[in-house]
Design a protein around this ligand. Structure first.
Ligand SMILES: CC(=O)N[C@H]1[C@@H](OP(=O)(O)OP(=O)(O)OC[C@H]2O[C@@H](n3ccc(=O)[nH]c3=O)[C@H](O)[C@@H]2O)O[C@H](CO)[C@@H](O)[C@@H]1O
Ligand SMILES: C=C(OP(=O)(O)O)C(=O)O
Length: 435
């Protein structure tokens, strides 16, 4: 288990480039299974989850060639579907959440697929009903073997239909869309998730020959086609990383410019950090955050305490709630952080409380933060990262804290943030990786 040792209290300065988006990459990589033709993907982040998925594709016989620093060429001409039956598949597919999205493409192209219970963060119950209910409506047969925790789906012929998704699940929508593009006839998906990741996936599929309309809305219409061809695709900058850097700059009183952000795709993210008091300036497609000795949380118009809650897109992404919470700890004012979508994502606040933050955990979903207005700095402690975003929130807290902090289990951070220590050290941070 590797750790970070952080000497906090330093102001950072300089430019930082966001990596390609983890959660988009996971969808896009799965989509290469939909065609025997070559697919080029640019801006692929070099992170544990993505690298594990690339390995899994190779295991299925997909030809993978790294043709540039962050560019890969994939060719799923000879897919070895028998790999599904191996112990190696069970082990590797269970190691990350994103692998679940190979189901839709395998079902569409080869008529069957299976999946062990997928990995990912332990942040509360993470059900998969949307995926399988969607496949069933397209005509697939679903079975679950509780003995070895395998989900199995089979279909010789998928048929388009109207469906109202059980919930607007991000990976669930991606899976059903990827199954429906090669189904016979028209599929209408209502209550579809519409995150930028999905917009990107649908646009890519259309370039491959799919016929998807309604992209960016919660009503997608898909006219099935017989086959898809190759394409090239560029992954967006990671909006969660961008939000994390905005929060980090505010919390550490640093002057940071986040380069090439695709601000048009960030939705409400900048607005939420502005409401927490962080000043920022859009300079073309860069976000410049000036050094701020203090920042003040807005109240609602009626004077009541600001509530920040997550919601499906275009609401505030749950993946930035831990960052918003940590930012609030050093603000002037108070905020209620209401994590609606996950059940166990707020428990990491114990560590922040140990560092000196004033937080009342009201229940598993809500925490009230009383900001310290940078009058009392957090103090460095030893802690363990419970999940990817809490891990980065703790890293930000440690960067702002007095003294030395140690964060254990940083594999959780590495699965989603590329060389985060090196990139932040280039801005003046002092983070040492201990393996
Ligand atoms: C690999 C990947 O892409 N992971 C992301 C994906 O996970 P994933 O696709 O697994 O998450 P889902 O969108 O399925 O659901 C997330 C949580 O929200 C709940 N829910 C969802 C929709 C809804 O209308 N109501 C509701 O309560 C679900 O029950 C679940 O607890 O989307 C999540 C939600 O943005 C992100 O946190 C994850 O980082
Ligand atoms: C929860 C996340 O990832 P995963 O779905 O892979 O667990 C995340 O990216 O914040």
């Amino acid at each position: 288990m590797a750790s970070f040792e952080i000497i906090g209290g330093k102001r950072l300065k300089g430019d930082i480039y966001p990596q390609g988006a983890k959660n988009e990459a996971l969808q896009i990589l799965c989509a290469v299974l939909l065609t025997p033709e070559p697919v080029t993907i640019h801006n692929v982040p070099d992170i544990i989850d993505v690298n594990k998925l690339i390995e899994l594709l190779k295991d299925f016989g997909v030809k993978v060639e790294k043709t540039g620093e962050s560019t890969y060429l994939f060719e799923a001409k000879n897919v070895n579907i028998a790999f599904l039956e191996t112990d190696s598949f069970k082990k590797k597919a269970a190691a990350l959440r994103g692998s679940i999205m190979i189901l839709g493409p395998l079902l569409a192209r080869f008529g069957k697929a299976k999946m062990p219970k997928p990995g990912g963060d332990k942040i509360g119950r993470r059900r998969l009903d949307t995926h399988f209910l969607g496949f069933e409506q397209l005509g697939a047969k679903f079975s679950y073997d509780s003995g070895d925790s395998f989900y199995q789906i089979d279909a010789s012929n998928l048929k388009g239909c109207y469906m109202l998704l059980d919930e607007a699940s991000v990976t669930g929508t991606a899976n059903v869309v990827m199954a429906a593009v090669l189904a016979k006839g028209k599929t209408t998906i209502y209550n579809a998730a519409c995150e930028p990741y999905l917009q990107q996936l649908c646009s890519m599929l259309n370039r491959m020959g799919a016929k998807i309309s309604g992209i960016g809305s919660n009503l997608l219409t898909i006219e099935g086609v017989d086959s898809l061809g190759g394409t090239a695709h560029t992954i967006l900058p990671d909006m969660i990383e961008i939000g994390s850097f905005i929060g980090m700059a505010g919390m550490t009183s640093s002057e940071v410019t986040i380069k090439n952000c695709r601000i048009d795709m960030l939705g409400i993210i900048p607005t939420i950090f502005r409401r927490l008091g962080i000043k920022m300036e859009f300079r073309g497609d860069d976000i410049h955050i000036p050094s701020q000795d203090s920042y003040e949380i807005e109240t609602f118009i009626d004077g009541s305490i600001l509530t920040i809650s997550d919601a499906i897109w275009p609401g505030f992404t749950p993946d930035l709630m831990s960052i918003a919470l940590v930012v609030a700890t050093q603000a002037k004012g108070s905020a209620l952080i209401h994590q609606k979508m996950f059940e166990s994502r707020l428990f990491f606040v114990d560590k922040l409380i140990d560092m000196g933050a004033q937080i009342i955990l009201c229940d598993p979903h809500r925490a009230t933060v009383i900001g310290l207005n940078k009058q009392i700095p957090l103090r460095g402690i030893q802690m363990t990262s419970p999940d990817i975003r809490a891990g980065v929130a703790l890293l930000i807290a440690a960067l702002s804290a007095n003294g030395k902090s140690t964060i254990h289990n940083i594999e959780q951070i590495d699965r989603g943030y590329q060389n985060i220590d090196t990139r932040l050290n280039a801005l003046g941070a002092e983070i040492r990786r201990i393996s």
